[in-house]
Design a protein around this ligand. Structure first.
Ligand code: PRX
Length: 664
């Protein structure tokens, strides 16, 4: 853990405050700070009673729980453990027989603009039919199913169908490589894969099934029996006899009725791999009951959801945001949501704004990187400026995935929200399952760049390296002191790593988020200052520096050693910078450019294009202490283009710094 103070140098004093209007406060579910404080007080007074009440009110249990929180095997906390429920029934069946059954669940807009709508009743039928297809192919409760799908209704159906039969899904983002898929099939012990022949992005047809074939051809996937292929486009793909079935083949003759399988509240709903500070991604395991409670509740709290809202979360189902705020939260809450297959810049960078107008979107939730790139596009071309679209349907805006800089916040507030819509800057992580620190639209006065205050029941705090609270205004380590229902349960196959990563002894058993943070002196508002471990956040995508280093050094014919650090980037938040020592002499000029490109493509193949280093620098060596430790803080300064002011007296080879400062 590096000192959180290093990232706090960038603290800016933000004086602008945007309180919600009286009308917004009056109409809100959690109305004003009094409403927020009342819930916090309830949680304070009777922590378990608070959560038990919410779990009873928000979820349908086939067997009621009698025990709320079991801390006897901390940090493997259990919530509502003797209760039983089904996640898919809580998203779909619960609406049948209510006016919601004929409501549109999903408005799907394809890459080419074609729009498909599906009601809750129709979605239930299609989920049930696919669940029956899975069962017919031997997929059972407790089995793992890997999902590698484009943003489509079928992606949601695949996830919900797994939940319906008690299978644990593991979605892999469609931009990850065959190698990443291979590792995840093996780690999860997946029995089936659900994929598509191709995906459509920006007018291009990109292969998905071919990547699955490549992954499975690597061998070692002994548990894998079936591959289900959704035919997204008419183009044929390779099909392996006996193993692969198209959706049409798998669904033929299957009933649209499939009773949901009740599972214990702690049953793993899904595993989602994310980057940590070692080379190997972590399979974050989430529960059924606690996770779903939070997905539903934060729809109501953070987004103040109303029956007539049109909700749009732009995240891909391959990330946690797409799990909680596409597949589970909106459906559990009975919302109508937009799902978009394509990319924000196709056919032009006004696509998001045009879609908001077209579908009368009222709650729009996206990432700062998307906002920053659309600002740039709008500033360069008035035709794609949000002012060209009618955005009057919007009532709430959201931001997620990385810190939003105040300039981008102000632009979003003014040009997208018309200075009328509160922005909820939601801080959370794959591990937290849902929002943990966020403004409430009808309560919290907003400060640009701040995620403001923890949700009721979330005991977020900032502590020093021994777990003691620090004063407001001083930076420190972000922790959550008590468990909460949607927290990570363990790392799949690696409980020891779970304990070590998230509950280090020196922090008194608190959950360690891995971010630095500071609370404002006046309001006690939280501002996230960035990761304090070796995790990078590039365009809101999380990546481990060690993961990229391992990928680089696995090019054994060329690379001797590599060190990867992040540096600030105006557009992507952070950019990846790699320092590489080759097994041959240090290249310069054109040759250096060519090898750098070769290495970028290698990393794309090993991990995925999102992990490609922006900068690659070559050296005869890396800056190391006499004991051989790479001095990363020096590399961070070099990557930023800063003069080296740190103490370099322990450095074995100071001359190397000049060499590494040269860009290709
Ligand atoms: O560093 C924080 C940043 O994203 C990390 C979590 O990444 P991931 O697990 O991929 O989940 C992203 C979507 C929830 C955090 O440790 N982060 C997320 N939201 C914010 C943020 N940083 C600042 N402000 C946020 N609102």
């Amino acid at each position: 853990m590096s000192s959180p103070n290093s990232s706090i140098e960038s603290v800016l004093v933000e004086n602008r405050v945007f309180p919600p209007s009286d009308a917004v406060v009056k109409a809100a579910r959690i109305s004003g700070m009094a409403g927020y404080e009342a819930l916090c007080a309830e949680a304070d007074k009777d922590f378990e009673g608070f959560w038990a009440r919410l779990a009873r009110e928000n979820l349908q249990w086939t067997k009621p729980f009698t025990r709320t929180l079991d801390e006897s095997n901390a940090p493997f906390f259990q919530w509502f453990a003797d209760g039983e429920l089904n996640a898919s029934a809580n998203c779909l069946d619960r609406h049948i027989g209510t006016p919601t059954e004929n409501k549109t669940a999903i408005i799907f807009e394809a890459d080419d603009g074609a729009v498909t709508r599906i009601t809750y009743k129709e979605l239930l039928a299609r989920v049930s039919q696919f669940a029956n297809a899975l069962k017919a192919h031997g997929v059972e409760k407790g089995d793992r199913v890997l999902i590698y799908m484009p943003m489509t209704i079928e992606g949601v159906i695949a996830m919900q169908a797994c939940a319906r039969i008690g299978a644990t899904h593991s979605v892999v983002f469609g931009g990850f490589s065959a190698k990443a898929v291979h590792e995840r099939v093996i780690d999860a012990g997946a029995v089936a894969i659900v994929t598509a022949n191709y995906q459509m992005r920006g007018g291009k047809e990109l292969p998905l099934k071919a990547i699955i074939d490549e992954a499975l051809a690597t061998g070692g996937c002994d548990t894998l029996r079936n591959v289900f292929v959704y035919e997204r486009t008419p183009t044929a793909c390779n099909m392996v006899e006996g193993r692969d079935k198209t959706f049409a083949q798998a669904l033929a003759g299957q009933s649209t009725d499939c009773p949901p399988v009740a599972v214990g509240a702690e049953h793993p709903l899904f595993i989602l791999y994310t980057s940590g500070s070692t080379g190997k991604p972590k399979g974050v395991q989430h529960s059924t009951g606690g996770y779903l409670l939070w997905a539903k509740l934060t729809m109501d709290w953070t987004f103040d959801l109303r029956p007539d809202d049109i909700f749009w979360c732009t995240a891909d189902i391959g990330w946690i945001t797409g799990h909680t705020y596409v597949t589970y939260g909106p459906l559990a809450a009975g919302a109508t949501q937009i799902i978009f297959e394509g990319i924000p810049t196709f056919p032009n960078a006004g696509r998001f704004w045009q879609m908001i107008e077209r579908h009368k979107c009222s709650i729009f939730y996206t990432a700062p990187t998307a906002i920053r790139s659309l600002i740039k596009a709008a500033e360069g071309d008035a035709a794609v400026h949000p002012a060209r679209s009618d955005l009057s349907s919007l009532r709430i805006l959201g931001s997620v995935g990385e810190p939003i800089n105040p300039e981008a916040w102000m632009w979003y507030y003014k040009h997208v929200g018309g200075e009328r819509c509160p922005i909820v800057d939601t801080f959370w992580q794959t591990e937290t399952g849902g929002h943990v620190i966020t403004p409430l639209p009808g309560a919290t006065p907003l400060v640009p760049g701040s995620c403001t205050l923890p949700l009721p029941g979330i005991t977020a705090a900032i502590v020093d390296e021994t777990g003691n609270d620090v004063a407001n205004g001083a930076g420190g380590i972000l922790v959550i002191k008590r468990p909460w229902p949607s927290m990570i349960r363990t790392i799949w196959n690696d409980p020891e790593r779970f304990k070590k990563s998230y509950f280090p002894e020196e922090l008194k058993g608190y959950y360690l988020a891995g971010d630095g943070a500071v609370r404002s002196a006046d309001r006690g508002y939280f501002r996230i200052t960035g990761r304090i471990d070796d995790v990078l956040n590039v365009s809101g995508h999380r990546m481990g520096t060690m993961e990229i280093e391992s990928a680089l050094v696995s090019k054994t014919d060329l690379v001797a050693e590599a060190a990867v650090v992040g540096r600030p980037d105006d557009l992507t938040g952070e950019a990846i910078c790699a320092f590489v020592v080759l097994k041959r002499s240090r290249p310069t000029g054109e040759e250096a450019k060519q090898i750098a490109n070769e290495l970028r493509n290698w990393v794309a193949k090993e991990i995925g294009p999102i992990a490609k280093p922006k900068d690659i620098r070559f050296g005869d060596n890396l800056p190391k202490t006499r004991s051989g430790k790479i001095m990363r803080r020096l590399l961070r300064s070099i990557a930023k283009g800063e003069a080296i002011t740190q103490d370099t007296s322990t450095l074995e080879n100071p001359a190397i710094l000049d060499q590494l400062s040269q860009t290709n």
